[in-house]
Design a protein around this ligand. Structure first.
Ligand SMILES: Nc1ncnc2c1ncn2[C@@H]1O[C@H](COP(=O)(O)OP(=O)(O)OP(=O)(O)O)[C@@H](O)[C@H]1O
Length: 432
């Protein structure tokens, strides 16, 4: 199927409906978590909202549809769509103590003062290796998690002080969808449209529009249990967009998807932005962030290490990148000798030894000198490296921005983090 895009519905500032978001992380039961009070409100419900907590049957009364009274145009003149200020978040984890089988508490700092902002109509890409704090940031913005300190605002509204209103303004697509296997796609959409209190005409119009643009026609009347990963993700996206939220938050929306599903999702995101929607997305795919984002925030170990437009970030690195593997297994002394020689001869503006990639030399060279590649090969030949194992020259990428800041590429950092964090731990954390 060729991904085709028909503009469905426009984002209504101050949309009438509340959030019909897919808050679920792993299982169906969490799907409703955005319809429930945030943890601070569960412990300390404000008096004004106390009546909402009386019984589960009050679930559908959580919403006042207050967003419809908000003049987003006015608010957007004064405030960014999303403003995150000095977010800090730690977790306690039970781990085996050193030298004994007894378990002890370990404090994990997931966010260590994260700040950034996105204006209305912007796509902000959060980039970083596993465990850098991207999901925790999104969970704090979308009220699913309370930070230890710091604030997150949507159009000037503090999301933790007024989580109900914040939830009316956002759509959330989590890393994995918790669909009900026995419901069809259409039944999911109808359920969430009802939870979002859409009127009958809007409900019908939006459901049909998103079935069309997300290419769900052939699957929508089948049970979700038989859906492929790509279709699940597209349905999840339709649910998040049903109430046309001004802010859309997506945690790795295209991970593991086929090219067709990825293109469909990219088109929908572009359309959402063109209608004035603001999008915050995380991704491991550098090219996806590069192509879609107006602004990129690169995170590492719970802090922001770089921020700007993709072009600004790449230009800030100076010239072309050259990556050289001297031998299949390069010794550290050999890499250091080669690095020192190139620096001494002024052939590299910067030279880093990438330990994770078998001591590969990562160089920044002047892009105005067309012969610099040849000169480097010649200089290395003179000190005994006549036959290089590999040599590549390219324009800077976002991965180079990360490399320059941390000394390792994103994929290498991902690998290191994955080795430390099991799938089981990740599942447990996302359910917490
Ligand atoms: N509920 C939790 N309990 C304990 N530790 C947690 C919890 N949630 C996150 N963490 C820890 O916080 C750190 C940041 O995790 P987070 O999921 O935000 O990273 P990430 O950048 O989104 O990674 P990924 O790309 O793998 O999702 C990790 O070290 C993780 O182990």
């Amino acid at each position: 199927m060729t991904p085709c895009f028909v503009a469905p519905v426009s984002i209504r500032p101050g949309a009438r409906s509340p959030t019909g978001t897919t808050a679920c992380q792993q299982a169906g039961c969490l799907r409703f978590s955005l319809f429930l009070p945030s943890s601070s409100h569960r412990q300390n419900p404000p008096a004004r909202q106390a009546h909402r907590h009386k019984a589960p049957t009050m679930l559908f009364n959580f919403f006042y549809n207050r967003a419809e009274d908000i003049d987003l145009d006015k608010l957007a003149e004064k405030h960014p769509a999303v403003l995150v200020t000095d977010l800090r978040k730690t977790f306690k984890k039970r781990v085996k103590g050193k030298g004994s089988d007894k378990k002890e508490n370990k404090i994990i700092t997931a966010l260590d003062g994260v700040s950034f902002s996105a204006n209305r109509g912007q796509v902000l890409g959060l980039l970083g290796p596993n465990s850098s704090g991207k999901t925790t940031t999104l969970r704090c913005i979308s009220t699913m998690s309370d930070p230890d300190s710091g604030t997150a605002q949507m159009f000037g509204i503090d999301v933790h002080k007024d989580p109900y209103l914040a939830r009316e303004m956002l759509g959330f697509v989590a890393q994995s969808a918790g669909l009900d296997k026995v419901l069809t796609g259409r039944e999911h959409l109808e359920l969430f449209a009802d939870l979002a209190h859409l009127d009958r005409a809007t409900k019908r119009r939006n459901i049909e529009a998103y079935i069309e643009v997300l290419g769900l026609k052939d699957f929508i009347d089948r049970q979700a249990g038989v859906y492929s990963g790509g279709v699940i993700r597209r349905l999840d996206m339709a649910i998040a967009l049903l109430h046309q939220p001004p802010i859309l938050i997506l945690d790795e929306p295209t991970v593991g998807l086929d090219v067709e599903s990825r293109m469909v999702i990219w088109n929908v995101l572009r359309h959402h932005r063109s209608q004035g929607g603001t999008i915050i997305l995380t991704s491991h795919y550098l090219e996806e962030v590069d192509v879609l984002s107006d602004k990129v925030v690169i995170m590492d170990k719970g802090v922001v290490i770089a921020e700007g437009t993709p072009t600004e970030l790449k230009n800030s690195l100076g010239g072309d990148r050259i990556s050289i593997r001297l031998q299949e297994f390069t010794e550290m002394e050999e890499a250091e000798l080669a690095c020192a020689t190139l620096r001494k001869r002024g052939l590299a503006q910067e030279a880093i030894i990438n330990r994770v990639r078998n001591n590969t030399l990562e160089l920044v060279v002047s892009s105005s000198n067309a012969r610099v590649g040849g000169e480097i090969v010649g200089a290395l030949g003179e000190i005994g490296f006549e036959k290089l194992f590999s040599f590549s020259q390219s324009k800077p990428t976002l991965d180079d921005v990360y490399l320059a800041a941390t000394g390792q590429s994103l994929s290498d950092a991902d690998q290191v983090a994955k080795e430390k964090r099991t799938d089981k731990a990740m599942r447990q954390e996302s359910m917490a």
